[in-house]
Design a protein around this ligand. Sequence first.
Ligand SMILES: Nc1ncnc2c1ncn2[C@@H]1O[C@H](COP(=O)(O)OP(=O)(O)OP(=O)(O)O)[C@@H](O)[C@H]1O
Ligand SMILES: [Mg+2]
Length: 401
Amino acid sequence: MIVNRLETDKVRELKAACACLFSEAAAENESFLDSLDVDMVKRAYRRNARVHHPDMNVSTVVKDVTSDRFLAIQRSYEVLVTYLEELRPATGVALSRGKIIAVGGAKGGIGKSIIAANLGIYLASLGLKTVLVDLDLGGSNLHLYLGYRALLRSSINDFLKKRVGSLSDVMVQTPHGPILIGGDSSELGSANIDFMKKVKLIKGINAIEADCVLLDLGGDTSYNILDFFLQADHGIVVTTRDSAAYIGAYHFLKAAIYRKLNRLTGMEARSGKDLKDAALERYIHQATMSDTGSKTINELVAAVRNDRPEYLAAIMKAVWEFNPCLVVNRVPQGVRPEEVAGKIQAVAKKWLARDVRLLGSIGRHIDVERSAVDLVPAITRNPAGAFAGEIAAIGNKLVTG
Ligand SMILES: Nc1ncnc2c1ncn2[C@@H]1O[C@H](COP(=O)(O)OP(=O)(O)OP(=O)(O)O)[C@@H](O)[C@H]1O
Ligand SMILES: [Mg+2]
């Protein structure tokens, strides 16, 4: 128990903070402090601040009382967050760049969610605060792969429909290490989010305080899925050796880079005031979306260099910054994952001018099939098994770069 290792004054200070933000009973329950995390404190702070903020009260007398109460709430928040952040073990482990990992691929049933769930468990086991987000809004099942048979108490829909104020309000601490933001596709319309909701969701994801945020995507190339994928610092495209899967993987890569280029100039351009040029917009659109057959990225770059050299640097930057990688899943014995990846890499090099790295491969495992039935994550059931080793190899590459 943590309190046994703390100075009496510190215990008193922490208990007072718990009493202020939660309740007297929580403060007196010594295991409550052990179970506390920063997100719980933030939620409690927001709950209290909504009621006790001085601006919520018009009367001066009440205002004075609430001011004191509000100051106590702020102080309690600082005490608990500082304590929890100092407590977190300094593992020294971090992802090689950025915190967001997206797992995508333009086909269903190829193992995206299985990989996301088990990779999340592995990264959490390294000491990284890991949040898994189910962004397969029309086919959410990530919670199942983390052992939740029933629907979750709250889901991403509660955030999108403003039933809660923040993504941290729908976070669930799973027993396997990662925190889960689950989906609920049983709610009609959950898959069809409009532009504003998508922007809200992306903003919320970027604001998650974690070492690692893993996004499990649906299996198609809709704009929403591509935009989630493009948010990631590490984009993983999953394939299997089936023709439909590796052709789908290439289509996914192509759709993602085309989307990225079109967003440079379109209405969703983020930094692109200087790229707001109707002629350039038309130009990129024609090169990537024309019915008469699209250009290769190299042809597009050459044409921009020739006709619109002022935009060359921005176009090149967008292309260079597109660095997704591949994971070949369900590889049967005797099949080399490099061969499967090689087919995608060759076309990506020729048409998209990108070297797509093979991040790792996973065999076909009975363990994994079983985990989809009994809902015990394969990496947890058999941490020394072949599947766990393959997931660890992928996780370690994300950490070391
Ligand atoms: N390495 C593997 N070995 C054996 N079976 C696997 C493996 N990976 C995935 N599977 C099987 O494939 C099924 C589908 O996996 P999963 O749900 O992760 O696919 P998905 O790509 O997320 O699909 P969707 O796009 O429909 O969400 C699982 O039920 C599991 O049985
Ligand atoms: Mg899935």
